[in-house]
Design a protein around this ligand. Structure first.
Ligand SMILES: [Zn+2]
Length: 304
């Protein structure tokens, strides 16, 4: 999960203000919910699935899932996910639902995110020893200080326990622990609200589902290989620098090594670090740690 600024793309016409399709649909929904009784069917919203909304979400998230950073476009259609569920809300730790959900946000641009099926839907996932049910579905857990019912007026007092990558920077809260070469998502904080939010996001978005860990592990392995390859050149460079030979002769050996290093770093930037790549949060965390470990050696090359 990485931060994306909603203001960086134009609000789609379908849900942009007065007279928009979303606004007209909302008027119908307001009438519908004036006589709504618990247990009644939810209003059937359609505008949020309009093509211009999907296109804007795809552009904003570069065809990756807002939650797990997987590329989905070549294997499945994007799901337009409601950060705050529109129809009903699953009660935490007890059976049943809160109905209706945040219906007035059904086509609110700030409430929409692109998601893969596994993050968005409640689905069974196989682990080594068991089957587990994961996926956000109708979940929207709040901090215990936030009280139900959930109304338009109470929104400002809500403290959601799920991270929205358009409202905050997940890189400040979420890190990866390398356990047996498997990058496992964990909270950076050991306690407090931040840990509650990360733990809850990992649980409901399924950020440690087995197949996703496997996919992240492939990125981890490939990036590690590229970094080790660079380290070989850095060692070679160090050896040449320490040799007592004429400056011109030394430069003649060093120039191609440095050119090669720059090329390899560009490859890493283009294929791992750029936000368009899957699991770029993991790659950037790995790369920053690696640079920090090697200190000035790499920075000199990067800046040259
Ligand atoms: Zn996903």
């Amino acid at each position: 999960m990485i931060f994306r600024d909603k203001a960086s793309v134009a609000i789609p016409a379908s849900c942009n203000g007065q007279g928009s399709k979303a606004e007209l649909e909302l008027q119908e929904a307001i009438t519908y919910y004036q006589t709504y009784k618990v247990g009644q069917k939810s209003f059937s919203f359609k505008v949020y699935k309009n093509d211009d909304i999907k296109d804007a979400l795809e552009a904003l998230f570069e065809k990756k899932c807002a939650y797990c950073e997987s590329e989905y476009s070549h294997i499945q259609p994007m799901e337009v996910e409601h950060y705050r569920p529109k129809g009903r809300i699953k009660k935490e730790n007890i059976t049943g639902y809160i109905s209706p959900g945040y219906w007035w946000l059904a086509a609110d641009w700030d409430n929409l995110l692109p998601s893969c099926i596994d993050c968005n839907r409640k689905r069974q996932h196989k682990t080594k020893n068991a089957q587990v049910t994961l996926g956000k579905a109708d979940h929207f857990p709040l901090h215990p200080d936030s009280n139900d019912p959930r109304t338009e007026a109470s929104l400002v007092n809500e403290t959601p326990l799920l991270i929205n990558p358009c409202n905050e920077d997940p890189s400040q809260k979420l890190i990866f622990a390398n356990i047996n070469d498997k990058p496992i998502a964990i909270s950076l904080s050991k306690n407090g609200l931040s840990k509650l939010q990360v733990d809850s996001s990992i649980k409901y978005y399924g950020l440690n589902r087995p197949n996703l860990i496997e996919a992240r592990a492939k990125t981890h392995k490939a990036l590690l290989r590229s970094l080790m390859d660079i380290e070989e050149d850095l060692k070679l460079k160090e050896t040449v620098v320490s040799q007592n030979i004429h400056r011109a002769a030394k430069d003649a050996i060093l120039d191609p090594i440095e050119n090669r290093l720059r090329g390899k770093l560009k490859y890493i930037k283009d294929n791992f670090l750029d936000t368009s790549n899957p699991y770029s949060l993991l790659s950037n965390k790995m790369f920053n740690y690696w640079v920090e470990t090697l200190k000035s050696n790499v920075i000199q090359v990067v800046n040259k």
